[in-house]
Design a protein around this ligand. Structure first.
Ligand code: UN1
Length: 509
């Protein structure tokens, strides 16, 4: 594996400053929250964190804005999102720079993240004219039964470091056209890209003449998130993060009968069948497992390979892993950037120690890199580990590039192994056998929210609904009819018969 040279923290600070200036954000000065970069592991700027009073004021302001926004025609709400999409296109390169600086993504993936935002804006603009309700056949003459979708209220968006901008946009673009207003608490690790997104939305609001308070950003830690979770004025809490976080958020929101939309951990697997096109499978596997340094919730973490092809596949994967270029995410040739922190690297080492104690064998990778150049950063070789069974550590999500390789003999066995983890986000099968593919996609196949054929587990398009089952939390965001989570349905019975007819044939009076 090759490594590439790293930029200095001063270079990165200057680059972040330039990007912020191009976008029009005042470069933060001072403040308790440190913007930092995983590229060197060092701090960039101090950013002002929200106080309790700021949080209270943001909820009150977005609630007040909701009262006018909810009756603004949806296609007009779409104009705000259309303008946001245009501004994202204009500033794509600078926004991608901020994603690279704060989340460590390679350039191509950072640009992909901004593209995902542009795409969801386009989707939401279309949606703003398609918030369809239904007319339902009434059992009574002279009656109409209808379903109407209304805005919900304030949506609290809690997002994670690994998709610091796209996950916000999935929620915000859709929530806004649905007539909701938004309070956003991003990860503490990515304040700069958050300031940039908030600024562009505020600019779009000014330009199209909508109230600024349809959206508020709150930079800060746990206390801000807790306030959103517990405040009855926040109608929906949409939270992306670990299953541990979701276990706290879900019951707390439910206790006040609020709604939550949870997008939590994944432990995504791919089955590789004997008929698979191995060239294609290897490309798909390496991107899904090592891309974003294993830090997507859709990252491929388990490979379930048919015994007849296991040795060949493992040999070819090992060779591909050994060649992965690791280093500065700004370097064109780099494919694997840094982990978010040295703590993340320590958790990865802990998982590797446990799996080895449980009989797993490391086939490639696992060494830390670039420690001389950046001792506070965490560059690691992605790891391939052969395991005989799904021990406890294999059944956990470790947010790092570890791929566990298991073997199978029958498809039933492969599907059983596949589903035998607590999480249920994304899944895939590599096969040229149509029957196998259809079984995998059927009700008796993958139990995940995303199930793919001949493509890896990560890199979903925004047009589909995104989310998963079991410990993944059950929520759906982004495309398809995920918008319905951001609205409330009302059932209407309209009697135009001139007589009162009761349903179910009931007579009274
Ligand atoms: C996440 O990791 O939280 O499907 C989101 C993908 C991306 C989104 C990942 N479109 O990998």
């Amino acid at each position: 594996m090759t490594s590439t040279a790293l930029p200095t923290t001063d270079d990165l600070r200057a680059r972040a400053r330039t990007a912020l200036q191009h976008i029009g954000v005042d470069v933060p000065e001072g403040g308790d929250l440190q913007a930092r970069t995983p590229i060197t592991g060092e701090n960039l700027f101090g950013v002002k964190a929200a106080t309790d009073a700021d949080t209270e004021e943001a909820i009150a302001a977005t609630r007040a804005a909701f009262l006018t926004w909810r009756t603004t025609p949806a296609p007009r709400r779409g104009e705000l999102v259309r303008r946001l999409g245009e501004l994202l296109r204009e500033h794509k390169s600078d926004l991608a720079d901020l994603v690279t600086i704060e989340a460590g993504k390679i350039r191509s993936e950072a640009l992909g993240e901004i593209q995902e935002m542009i795409d969801i804006c386009d989707f939401a603009v279309g949606l703003s004219r398609q918030l369809y309700g239904r007319t339902i056949a009434s059992e009574r003459p002279g009656h109409r039964l209808a379903e109407t979708w209304h805005p919900l209220g304030v949506v609290g968006v809690i997002s994670a470091f690994n998709f610091p901008a796209a996950v916000w946009s999935w929620n915000t673009a859709v929530a806004l056209v649905c007539g909701d207003t938004v309070v956003w608490k991003p990860s503490e690790l990515t304040p700069l890209i958050s300031l940039a997104c908030d600024h562009l939305l505020a600019r779009a609001a000014d330009e199209v003449g909508t109230p600024r308070d349809v959206h508020r950003l709150l930079l800060g830690g746990r206390a801000v998130g807790e306030k959103l979770v517990d405040d009855p004025r926040v109608a929906l809490v949409s939270a992306t993060g670990s299953t541990r976080m979701g276990r706290e958020v879900g019951p707390r929101v439910a206790a006040r009968f609020g709604r939550s939309l949870l997008e939590l951990g994944g432990n995504n697997a791919a089955i590789v069948a004997p008929s698979a096109d191995l060239d294609l499978a290897i490309q798909g596997i390496v991107f899904a497992a090592a891309g974003t340094a294993g830090q997507r919730c859709t990252t491929l973490r388990r490979l379930i390979v048919h015994r007849d092809i296991a040795d060949t596949l493992v040999e070819r994967l090992t060779a591909a892993y050994r060649k992965l270029p690791i280093g500065s995410p700004f370097e064109d040739t780099t494919l694997v950037g840094p982990l978010i922190s040295t703590e993340a690297f320590a958790r990865m080492q802990d998982a590797l120690a446990r799996v080895q104690a449980e009989g797993g064998k490391i086939l490639a990778g696992g060494n830390r890199r670039l420690t001389e150049e950046a001792s506070t950063a965490a560059y690691t070789e992605p790891v391939l580990v052969r395991v005989d069974e799904q021990t406890d550590v294999v059944r956990e999500e470790t947010f790092a590039p570890i791929l566990y390789v298991l073997t199978y003999d029958t498809l039933d066995e492969a599907i059983a192994l596949h589903n035998d983890v607590p999480q249920g986000l994304s899944s895939s099968i590599f096969t040229r056998d149509q029957q196998e593919a259809e079984i995998f996609l059927s009700a008796a196949g993958s139990d995940c929210g995303i199930a793919n054929v001949n493509i890896g587990t990560s890199g979903a398009e925004i047009g589909g609904a995104f989310g998963g089952e079991k410990d993944t939390g059950g929520g759906r965001e982004s495309g398809s009819d995920a918008w319905k989570a951001y609205m409330r349905p009302a059932t209407n019975t309209i009697n135009y018969s001139g007589e009162l007819a009761l349903a179910q044939g009931v007579s009274f009076l």
